[in-house]
Every structure is written in C-alpha cells, then in structure tokens.
Design a protein around this ligand. Structure first.
Ligand SMILES: [Ca+2]
Ligand SMILES: [Ca+2]
Length: 439
C-alpha cells in the first residue's frame, strides 16, 4: 500500500501487512490504527499529521513494527500502544519522528508489555509509559525529547545526578533513595514521572510547558518535592495520584491549566514553616513575613488539600485621604495625608509630574515642598506617592491636582500686583497735579 491519501476513518489490518510511504492527514479520528489481533505488520515511512485523534494506534496487537514514520500535530497522542483486558506485546516502535502532538508523543498504557521503544525523536511532546506491565517494556536513552535523552529506570536504588545527565525527560518505576535535581525537563509531555517509588528527592528542577504534567507521581510515598518551577503545563503542574506522605514546599506554580491535584489528600503541601508559591492564591501578606495570611486550598472532588503557608510577597497598599482629586491650590503647597492599608513602610516618597526626582518623607502626613510647588507651572499637577517595604516591593497611588493662582494675588516677577496698582495711581495723580499747576 503505497502513497495513498487517506480520508477515511481508519485502516484495519490483520496479519503480515506492510503499510508504508502513505500520507495520512486530517482524519476525523485516528490516522492509522491496528486493532484486535493485528500481528506481524509493519507501519513504516508514513507521514501521519494533523489527525483529530491519535496519529498511529496499536491496540491488542502483537509483534508489529512501527518505524521511520513522521507523526506530527495530531490532536491526541502521536503513537498509542494500548491494551486493557489482554496484552499488546512484543511490538517495536523505532526511529520515528514525533513532534507537537497534543497529548503524549508516544504512550504505552494499560497492559502493554515487552514492547521496545528505540531511538525515537520526540520534539514538543514526550513519552509516557504506565500500567501494571510497565517494567517489561524496553526504553533506552536513545529516545530523545527535544534532543535530550529520556531516562527510564526500573528497580533502581541510589540514582543521582550522573544518572540523569542532560535529561529531556525522566520516568522512574519501583525506585528508591534517589535524587532528581537541577534538570530542565520542559516542552515534553510529562517532565518527571515517578511510579511505585519511595524516598525520591525531586529538587530544583524546571518542569514547564509540558503537554500533560510538570511532575507526576503515581502510587509513590515518602518523597520530597522541593524548589521546582512548574509553569504553563497544559494539564497539571503537579499531580499526585494514590500517593501518601509526600512533602512539597518551595515550589512555584504559574500558569498551569491546573496547578496541582492530589487524589488522596494524604500529602503535606508545606513543611510546617513554608509552603509553595501559587499564582492563583488570592490572599494577602499584610505583615510582610513572606507567607500569605490565609491558607491556600485546592480540591479533588469534595476532598480538600491545604497549603498552610503559601509563599507570597506583596507590595504595600496605600490610599490618599487628602488632598482630593482635582483640588485647586494657589501658591501655598498642598498638605497631604495618606494611609498605609497593607504592609509595612520602609521608605516613602513622592514624585511630581514626569520628573524622576524623589522627595522623601517619613510621616504619613506632611506638605509638598514649597519651593518645588512654586516652581511648577499652572494647570494640572500629578503627584505620585510611593511606599516601599523592607524587601523593596513598592506600592503607589497618584493624584491629579490643579495649580491655579487667584487673580488678586497674581504676581509679576519682582512685583506685587497691588503695589503695582498703587504705583500707577500715584503716577497718575502726580501727572494730574502737574497739569493743574500749568493752568
Ligand atoms: Ca503574612
Ligand atoms: Ca506585603
């Protein structure tokens, strides 16, 4: 079957077929599927792009080879190997280019066993291996995510930095006493996945922009997850599924579809002193101790998980009591009275109009500098008040005033207008007096 253009829903094969060099685009379902006992087939050299389901699916089928295909931009997974009741086994998925599929690049799920995943290049998506038979699959680090190796470890103890060199993705199954640290596992599907493992320390990693999870733990207890950055993952920043007694703190959650999920609720999302930073926390830190004044919570159905010490630094909040917006002042500078509504003040100052000059003050009420005020032209004057806390976080409030000098007190430089008026009258009288003398 060569160079066919499929627009049908799916292609069913049975035994000893070769499906090669086809272009399989824009199907409403899966691009190519082998389903129910399709054994000893080869799917090779096809381009399988932009389908609305998975790119290539292998269900309940054994001893097949999927190699040298280009599988991009499908709305499901790139290559999906799956069985639930029976097995999907002894298949080889080799040297495929799998990019930017919406879920996983390559996924083995359910009772997929004894499959070989070899030298696949995944970009913008990654690998997922899960299910009760996952230890039987062979996944060497010749598989790359974004040009970096996938590390898939089974039954290991004491893994450390050298075991994860330049990782594009990490998957552990039944491991213990290991450290995963300082990795950048972003732009794949799941940055770090840990199954059935204990005493794993996951620290200081960047796990962002993944299609599924930043970090995923399944049936894994007594691990610590500290100081990781989880940003803009398309499903969860961190999910803990059927996990207990894990401790998570100092992690930063920003812009994930869902920041965190914990199905058991038996894990600690703070260490008793400090928790995590959540971009959707809506509390305050009014005493500036760096901890939100209320807890952060999230739900799995009706079960609540709580971070008691969410990290938050927020700037002081102030308001201007007086003067009033658009209040008019003459030559005398305005007095001000501001209130500090949240946080503590370390330094306070104001600036005028667009000038970057800072005029410092120490009390919440005072008056604008006389000399500066006099030097301003008439019209609107913008005054911005600033309060900085000890961390240098700055809150501000601005107000527009009007400078308008009343006519009776208007001055010409060096002269008082009343004095000038008197001078004119005196001069006029003098001339009048002279004229009278002439006659
Ligand atoms: Ca606080
Ligand atoms: Ca504060």
């Amino acid at each position: 079957m060569n160079k066919n253009y499929y627009n049908a829903n799916k292609e069913l094969l049975y035994h000893h077929f070769i499906i090669s060099n086809n272009i399989v685009l824009n199907n409403n379902y899966v691009g190519i599927i082998l389903d129910d006992y399709c054994d000893f087939n080869q799917i090779s050299g096809n381009i399988v792009n932009n389908n609305k389901g998975d790119g290539i699916a292998l269900w309940y089928s054994d001893n097949n080879t999927i190699d040298n295909n280009v599988v991009n931009y499908n709305l499901g997974n790139g290559i999906f190997v799956y069985a639930l009741s029976e097995f999907c086994e002894n298949n080889t998925v080799r040297e495929n280019n799998v990019a930017d599929n919406q879920l996983n690049g390559i996924i083995l799920r359910g009772r997929s066993r004894s499959n070989r995943i070899l030298s696949n290049q995944m970009v913008g998506n990654g690998l997922m291996v899960a299910g009760p038979e996952m230890t039987s699959n062979i996944v060497p680090p010749s598989n790359l995510v974004n040009g970096k190796p996938v590390y898939y470890y089974i039954n290991k103890e004491g893994l450390g930095n050298g075991d994860f060199f330049n990782a594009g993705q990490v998957i552990l199954e039944n491991c213990s006493n290991s450290v995963i640290n300082n990795l950048n596992v972003s732009y794949g599907s799941a940055g770090i996945s840990v199954f059935n493992s204990v005493n794993i320390s996951i620290t200081n990693n960047q796990a962002s922009y993944n299609k599924m999870y930043g970090i995923f733990l399944f049936d894994s207890d007594n691990n610590i997850i500290v100081d990781n950055e989880l940003k803009f993952n398309s499903m969860y920043g961190i999910e803990l599924a059927y996990c207990q007694s894990n401790v998570l703190y100092l992690n930063t959650f920003i812009g994930n579809q869902v920041n965190a999920q914990d199905t058991s609720g038996d894990n600690q999302w703070d260490n008793g002193i400090i928790g995590n930073h959540w971009d959707d926390y809506n509390g305050k830190d009014t005493n500036d101790d760096g901890i939100g004044d209320t807890s952060y919570s999230f739900y799995y159905f009706d079960q609540v998980t709580i971070d008691n010490y969410p990290i938050l630094w927020d700037p002081p909040v102030l308001s201007i009591i007086s003067p009033r917006e658009n209040q008019e002042f003459g030559n005398n500078p305005p007095n001000f009275n501001i209130s500090l509504d949240e946080g503590n003040a370390d330094t306070m100052w104001y600036s005028i109009n667009t000038s970057s000059e800072k005029y410092y003050f120490t009390e919440l009420n005072g008056s604008i500098n006389q000399e500066i005020w006099e030097s301003l032209e008439e019209g609107s004057v913008k005054i911005i008040f600033y309060v900085s806390d000890l961390l240098g976080l700055i809150g501000s409030q601005e107000i527009i005033l009007r400078k308008q000098i009343p006519l009776e007190t208007r001055t010409i430089p060096g002269y008082n207008s009343i004095f000038l008026l008197m001078l004119i009258i005196f001069g006029a009288l003098l001339i009048l007096n002279k004229k009278i003398k002439i006659f």
